[in-house]
Write a protein that binds this ligand. Structure first.
Ligand SMILES: Nc1ncnc2c1ncn2[C@@H]1O[C@H](COP(=O)(O)OP(=O)(O)OP(=O)(O)O)[C@@H](O)[C@H]1O
Ligand SMILES: Nc1ncnc2c1ncn2[C@@H]1O[C@H](COP(=O)(O)OP(=O)(O)OP(=O)(O)O)[C@@H](O)[C@H]1O
Ligand SMILES: [Mg+2]
Ligand SMILES: [Mg+2]
Lengths: 257, 257
């Protein structure tokens, strides 16, 4: 399994919730999974009840020359690990600007050296911030694939064109091997027509949209307040079933060549 | 009324929805209101059914030396105008880095010259992107006040500390007069305990939290798909009533000296 970036510049669409819970579902299926929190908000880190030790966060890996392997923490779940984030990352976009080949900094940190991190795990999932700045570009340049969480809302549709153009640009200039693994519809509220219309519209434009749709479920938004994945918090909930189904779909549908 | 930045690095908390609908409610109360879309997603622009004409967007005002007054569009609502955004803005964070006094570029554009734009309107509301990068810093440096939309979700709580520290930093280094006008709770879902807990927690830490709470209402998320404010789309809806109440509360509670 490859390095997968979870990206969408639209905010609040379920990037972090998907990284944590899809990661946990893959880990439960025997995959050795590493999560990388690349967002200064550090929601993936706190959502697992963790904090970055001083000098050993994704900021330090990117800008402080700390080897990525030294920043890895156990996530408190079998087969799941995390490189935590810290608020220092909010300055990274500006600090990366003068760097040589500034879009490749993360790729080098994950793939170079004697024991590249990307080879030590079955899957490496990157949680991106809600922007198309240098941090997200670094994730897209380091990744083999990208998964786009899309909220079932009108405003979430608007940005997909811009995101698709950015992926094209990254493929042309920075990372020719980058594949779109799929779009995953999130926070589907069966009581509204809007959600169904948005899903239909997205499926029409992007055939790679996963069959699995993640329902809106308050249990998913409660779990991070306990520092737990949805499986540890409420394994029988619709949210847990949906992320389990998404993991099965991902494992059954091999990456495009 | 001052220049007010609507900022929160957490994504999807209701920044754009609040700028459009609070702006419309203030306009309905006789205030001449200018909205400024400072997000490359351009949701405030498309949410009003508008598009930036070539060379006359907030990107051109910031980086292209176009006078701000030339980028103003009528918003199709009495007393409401907009400076639209364009996708070019997604490169602005990087392009602003080498500029002299790069955090003051927007402040100069809005406040300098013979006929400063900030004096021509009763209120100037800035929709910020979900980050604490140079665009948001420019908005906070140009603003007299900041309003923070906070979604009634646990993960939205996490970032408030970092946002408060950023406001302190801006006040100390860039804009000593910046005031926190208030926090507005959004997407309150009365069916969940989580929402009530989050509201209570936020009120405890931030006494400036508005009394008005914006409920979760699908009508609010449908309105932008028609390019309409909530008042034009469904004036009797709970969302419309809440934003009207917020406008009344804002007008009744003068800015702190
Ligand atoms: N399926 C769901 N049902 C209900 N709530 C959800 C669901 N998925 C995510 N949430 C909640 O919605 C909010 C936004 O989700 P999340 O933070 O994962 O999005 P994000 O895209 O990572 O946001 P950001 O752009 O700020 O990084 C969070 O409070 C989260 O707990
Ligand atoms: N009170 C509400 N009830 C229901 N839906 C809402 C409400 N407020 C906003 N929304 C919807 O939630 C989504 C997020 O809101 P919005 O886009 O305004 O947030 P934002 O903070 O501007 O996001 P971003 O961080 O991407 O700029 C949108 O699809 C919007 O239509
Ligand atoms: Mg996130
Ligand atoms: Mg917005």
């Amino acid at each position: 399994m490859p390095v997968i970036a979870f990206a969408n510049q639209k905010g609040g669409v379920g990037k972090t919730t998907t990284v944590i819970n899809l990661g946990a579902a893959l880990a439960a299926r025997g995959q050795r999974v590493l999560l990388l929190d690349l967002d200064a908000q550090a929601n993936a880190t706190s959502g697992l009840g963790l904090r970055a030790p001083e000098g050993r966060s994704s900021y330090d890996v990117l800008l402080g020359e700390v080897p990525a392997a030294r920043a890895v923490l156990p996530a408190g779940v079998d087969n799941l690990w995390l490189i935590p984030s810290s608020p220092a990352l909010s300055g990274a976009d500006v600090e990366l600007v003068p760097r040589e080949r500034r879009e490749y900094v993360l790729r080098r940190a994950l793939r170079e050296g004697e024991a590249p991190l990307s080879a030590a795990y079955d899957a490496l999932l990157i949680d991106c911030p809600p922007s198309l700045g240098l941090l997200t570009l670094n994730a897209l340049t380091a990744a083999d694939e990208v998964i786009i969480p899309v909220q079932c809302e009108y405003l979430a549709l608007e940005g997909l064109g811009q995101l698709a153009r950015t992926l094209e640009l990254v493929r042309r200039e920075l990372n020719p091997a980058l594949r779109l693994r799929g779009l995953v519809m999130t926070m589907y509220d069966a009581r509204t027509n809007l959600a169904a219309q948005v899903v239909e519209e997205v499926r029409r434009h992007f055939p790679q949209t996963f069959q699995t749709v993640i329902p809106r479920s308050v249990r998913l938004s409660e779990a991070p307040s306990h520092g737990l994945t949805i499986f540890a918090y409420d394994g029988a909930s619709r949210g847990a079933q949906a992320y389990a189904a998404l993991a099965d779909e991902l494992l059954a549908r091999p990456s495009a060549p």
